[in-house]
Design a protein around this ligand. Structure first.
Ligand SMILES: [Zn+2]
Length: 422
């Protein structure tokens, strides 16, 4: 989706109490049909039979509907759409240019949803409208942004906190911007906030200390409660609500900040980040008294929690900068992250000793001193500029008539990829 210039306009959906069961049934049917397709595909993956095609899947759905009354009672259009969804996921998986993961089983525990075809909407007021859901009727949603006049599909989802949304695909709005001739490098840290090559610091919204404590408390309670019990479900719901609240604040922040960066800069350089590395589980602490036993590790669990939230926040920010840059005629570049925090921006010397502390960078070779994260952001910018096309770009990092780095960890051409708007 990131490169196709299509975004989703996502609005809160408010099914009435009597409409919710119908919507949930659509979710269950879509999940069932999707999982059926995954299962068939897995037979083929393990080398048995031939790969079922899209037509064959639709035929098998018709058979399943004939055999299963509960499936037959559902909307055939919702169920067919779930198969088309699967076809698209398969196509993405086989696309060598942009391979997505293998379509996997969908669990009842994750976000649920279904797709409506030939979507119809009508307006109720300035802020609200209704969307037609097959077999359910007109369902109210909050109308936040203008919708395209021709609506194709709409996706209805419900998250673990029980909140419903409806997403309409829309072309990425082009951002009206004038070229500024400016370029910026961004350092997305694990512990500190986002730091720019210009020396600005931004702090991502994090789960607050009290909320983190509460979340960890819930997590502990959850692990003690009996599987399938009503109390356990209640705990799960409370955890989901907390997580959703933080996720919302974070999304909002990423939207605003990415818009600002793209409006103000022709070139934005980021590191390719390893989100997996950032979300690693905290290491267990061995108990010195008893070999083979581990101490409870609250501080580390908490650090792990905020790290995970921060990591996904950085991922979203990078994605949105890339999408908006593409729509606005700016360039987003992703560079090799190796040694950006240990390399001297002035002389190019790389040493872990250059990093005097978390905050201070002092080069062992030339004595250059800077805020450690700002130095890293400047390195990121310098690595990205050669990758960005266009004459608007200054030849050196702003503020540096810098001599060429003596050592570079990798040739610039291999250090990353430039994604330029056509
Ligand atoms: Zn130096």
């Amino acid at each position: 989706m990131a490169h196709s210039g299509v975004v989703a306009i996502r609005n809160r959906l408010y099914p009435a109490a009597e409409q919710e069961p119908g919507c949930l049934r659509h979710c269950a049917h879509a999940r069932f049909v999707w999982n059926l397709a995954v299962e068939q595909q897995s037979w083929w993956w393990s080398g048995r039979g031939s790969a079922p095609g899209s037509a064959e899947r639709q035929y098998q759905l018709a058979e399943a509907r004939a055999a299963e009354p509960w499936l037959r009672e559902g909307s055939s259009s919702v169920q067919q759409q779930a198969l088309r969804d699967f076809d698209r996921a398969m196509a993405a998986f086989f696309d060598p240019a942009n391979p997505a993961g293998k379509p996997r089983f969908r669990s009842k525990r994750s976000t649920q949803g279904f797709v409506i075809r030939d979507t119809r909407v009508r307006r109720l007021s300035r802020k609200h409208g209704q969307v037609f859901v097959p077999k359910v009727g007109w369902v109210r949603f909050r109308w936040t942004r203008p919708l395209p006049t021709k609506l194709g599909m709409a996706r209805v989802t419900v998250d673990r906190a029980g909140r419903w949304h409806v997403s309409f695909p829309a072309p990425q709005p082009t951002v009206g911007r004038e070229s500024t001739g400016k370029a910026v490098g961004l350092d997305r840290g694990v512990r500190t906030a986002l730091v720019t090559s210009g020396g600005q610091h931004y702090r991502a919204p994090r789960i607050s200390g009290r909320q983190a404590q509460r979340y960890l408390g819930l997590q502990r309670r959850f692990s003690r409660q009996r599987t399938g019990s009503a109390k356990r479900e209640k705990t799960r719901h409370a955890m989901a609500v907390l997580a959703a609240r933080t996720a919302n604040r974070r999304k909002d922040w990423a939207e605003k900040l990415s818009t600002w960066f793209v409006c103000e800069h022709d070139v934005i350089v980021l590191e390719k980040i390893n989100v997996k590395g950032m979300t690693r589980k905290p290491a267990p602490k061995p108990d010195p008294e008893m070999a083979g036993k581990f101490l409870p590790n609250k501080a580390r669990a908490k650090a792990g929690l905020s790290r995970g939230i921060l990591a996904s926040c950085w991922g979203t920010l990078g994605q949105r900068i890339e999408q908006k840059a593409q729509a606005a005629g700016a360039t987003a570049v992703f560079t090799d992250p190796r040694f950006t925090s240990q390399q001297c921006r002035v002389c190019g010397h790389i040493s872990s000793g250059n990093r005097e502390s978390q905050a201070v960078f002092r080069c062992k070779e030339c004595g250059h001193q800077d805020h450690a994260d700002v130095n890293a952001a400047k390195n990121i910018l310098a690595r990205g500029l050669p990758l960005a096309t266009g004459e608007l770009v200054p030849a050196h990092a702003p503020g540096h008539g810098a001599p060429r780095p003596r050592k570079t960890p990798a040739p610039a051409s291999a250090a990353g990829t430039a994604r330029t708007a056509a």
